[in-house]
Design a protein around this ligand. Sequence first.
Ligand SMILES: NC(=O)c1ccc[n+]([C@@H]2O[C@H](COP(=O)([O-])OP(=O)(O)OC[C@H]3O[C@@H](n4cnc5c(N)ncnc54)[C@H](O)[C@@H]3O)[C@@H](O)[C@H]2O)c1
Length: 444
Amino acid sequence: MSDSLIQGLRQGKQAIAIIGLGYTGWPLAVALSDHFEVRGYDSSTARIELLNKERAGKQKTSTRKPSNEQPPKAQDLPSAGLALSCSEEIIRGAACFIIAVPTPVHKNNAPDLHSLETALLTVGAVLKKGDLVVIESTVYPGCTEEFCIPLLEKISKLKVNIDFGVGYSPERINPGDTIHTLSSVTKLISASSTQWLPVIECIYSSVIEAGLFVCSTIKVAEAAKMTENIQRDVNIALMNQLSALYEKMQIDTSDVWQAAATKWNFLPFRPGLAGGHCISVDPYYLLHQAQQFSFSPTLVAEARRVNESVKSRIVNRVLAHLESVGVSVPHARLLIKGISFKPNVADVRNAKIVEVALELLQMGCQVELSDPIADTAGLQKEYGLSLIDEEKGLYDIVIVAACHADYNTLNEDYFCQRTPALGLIADLSGTFRNTITKRTYWTL
Ligand SMILES: NC(=O)c1ccc[n+]([C@@H]2O[C@H](COP(=O)([O-])OP(=O)(O)OC[C@H]3O[C@@H](n4cnc5c(N)ncnc54)[C@H](O)[C@@H]3O)[C@@H](O)[C@H]2O)c1
């Protein structure tokens, strides 16, 4: 079955459908379209319109930049062979389906599988004998076998491994990172049965230069993705906790990191807000699934709690400063620079600094947000907030959160122009450490 599918794909007689053309699905669709017939489906009309405009070369940049936040270059734009649509009909007749839809959490941090479920229903409705479905969305270990496959079987009335195959291959791109890109990071692949591995290898090896790693089971691939992100979350939490302690002990935290980093095996993590749609989401997927096994991974839960508490630490520092300089909350003017979830990306989903801004606004502070690249539409849609067009006057506090490359030119003169003599510069990443001498300086 897999030999004829590989042949069909290579000869362009069989098509690959990508479901979900966002930060991960779009670059994959573009890359695969150089080698195969690819059909892209996204349920968002606006998204398809934007991508079609980019493809037509009418718009080279977008507010929501895919592919590691770089606007697609002309040579990266998909050929006419890549059909895009917001109609499900486009995927009918395809032989391989790659699902890259969002897997966020609900307000109570339980996995929100709604988009994944809808995508599976769409694929299940057109699935035929001999087809392959690969899931790329981040999910908890067991989700593909216990949630996705039964749903596909129910809708299609076909049997996995007898009629169709399923693979799981987590997306591992690092937003904002131009070195570790889709093609330069080893791709984990796994399948419901080894008979499908040659097809999955055929598809991904065409675009992944770094090579493929075959996981022994689908659950291993799912757990590997969880583990990568949870490891980061726990390490960042440790630095956040130590940073809070050292501040109380009046020890310069940045000096500590610098000194500790001289040991060969010190891991250079820094304290921070640890937001975004991976690090601040994936631990909750594992925590949810752990409940089924009556096991509580307390370290994972505590790391998330510690990282979430950084927001309060920032709010408390702001309030303490205002009190110390005699500025009442309603009169306080604050400027927050760099509001996306990490430097050099436009994505504002789960941007924890925006939650800090909302809390301060709710308390009555006047908070202005500034960012050269943030997704303004997303900011409005997710949080009902806007960016200022221009920084005006003096701010009692300037917070530099996501320190975008554009901010590299900022210096003490700039901060002195923006703040009064008793102003505070809260430089969360420590970028301007040792350069601010005329204002109160604070970092995590
Ligand atoms: N963005 C990243 O850096 C990154 C990195 C690693 C893993 N991931 C994972 O990849 C998955 C996708 O994330 P993303 O960042 O690409 O999401 P995204 O929000 O950027 O894009 C998802 C797209 O899917 C579309 N969509 C939603 N439901 C759909 C449906 N039922 N049918 C068709 N289209 C649908 C949306 O309109 C959107 O355009 C998530 O599980 C995420 O955790 C993302």
